[in-house]
Design a protein around this ligand. Structure first.
Ligand SMILES: NC(=O)c1ccc[n+]([C@@H]2O[C@H](COP(=O)([O-])OP(=O)(O)OC[C@H]3O[C@@H](n4cnc5c(N)ncnc54)[C@H](OP(=O)(O)O)[C@@H]3O)[C@@H](O)[C@H]2O)c1
Length: 249
């Protein structure tokens, strides 16, 4: 079995954990436990961004920022499976990698400005931050949807997550700039917070077992080195997931 533990906990380092059964899925048979552990957060986020937050349909176009990242690389592979036209951004050293994942068009973020090159997308998925998010509205078509999973949480998210209305003004302030940019572009803006969903996770097993979607792991640390693993991940240099292995596979 594997899981992205329930929505109110970001994760766990433990041999045993308690979570709602609705969050649990059968592990894809072809994957090791280390490979499987690297997947639920990125895979669920990517699937929900494409199919729920942006509501994309076969043949539509999507700009996926940071295609070499955990969410981005999962999103490129799932988007190609869904029959979407994929443009992505990556730094020079990752261009070949994102092409191999299936991206149709790649923007080298070190030498090109995506906002000058990419136009009329049906959707843009941003995991980078506010500056990149606001520039993304230059690449969206009228009626399209820009989705952020990084900066710009808004009142809709606060309401959905049942946050006290007393702090909604804080969310309104955080979401003000992207919502204003969306109005100017005649587009939609959504902030997405991923949902733990065992059924959805398990529905992706055939893709993983057929090798159509691959895990993307940078480094594996033994449990005794969990602190080093966290420090390594926080340093932001990892090109893929950092996994803490509880016991040999
Ligand atoms: N809201 C949610 O539910 C949710 C869920 C999952 C993740 N997240 C958030 O989404 C973000 C990405 O997560 P992740 O796991 O995919 O991260 P990750 O695996 O660390 O990937 C980040 C990628 O961003 C690219 N990058 C770094 N600096 C950049 C910059 N200045 N401009 C453009 N691209 C840059 C890097 O690739 P290149 O060097 O090739 O550009 C890197 O591969 C994190 O902030 C995470 O907290 C949110």
């Amino acid at each position: 079995m594997y899981t992205r533990v329930g929505d109110d906990r970001l994760g766990t380092f433990a041999l045993e954990t308690v979570t709602d059964e609705s969050a649990v899925a059968h592990k894809p048979a072809s994957l090791t436990h280390v490979e499987a552990a690297s997947l639920p957060m990125a895979l669920l986020t990517a699937q929900q961004l494409l199919t729920e937050a942006a509501g994309l349909q076969r043949g539509q176009s999507v700009l996926i920022h940071a295609g070499a990242g955990a969410v981005g690389s999962a999103a490129i592979q799932l988007a190609k499976h869904l029959g979407l036209q994929v443009t992505t951004t990556a730094s020079t050293g990752n261009i070949e990698f994102v092409r191999e994942l299936g991206a149709d068009t790649v923007i080298d973020r070190k030498t090109q400005h995506f906002q000058d090159e990419v136009r009329n997308m049906d959707a843009v998925l941003d995991s980078v931050g506010m500056e990149n998010l606001l520039l993304s509205f230059r690449s969206i078509k009228r009626g399209g949807t820009v989705v952020s999973i990084s900066d710009g949480p808004d009142v809709a998210l606060a309401r959905h997550r049942r946050v006290s209305p007393l702090v909604w003004p804080v969310f309104a302030a955080m979401g003000a700039k992207p919502h204003a940019a969306a109005r100017r572009a005649g587009a939609n803006y959504r902030y997405w917070f991923m949902r733990a969903d065992g059924q959805q996770l398990e529905s992706l097993n055939p893709l993983l077992e057929a090798g159509r979607v691959h895990p993307h792991i940078d480094r594996v640390f033994p449990f005794a080195q969990t602190a080093q693993a966290i420090a390594y991940a926080e340093a932001g240099k990892a090109g893929g997931k950092v996994v803490v292995q509880m016991r040999p596979d």
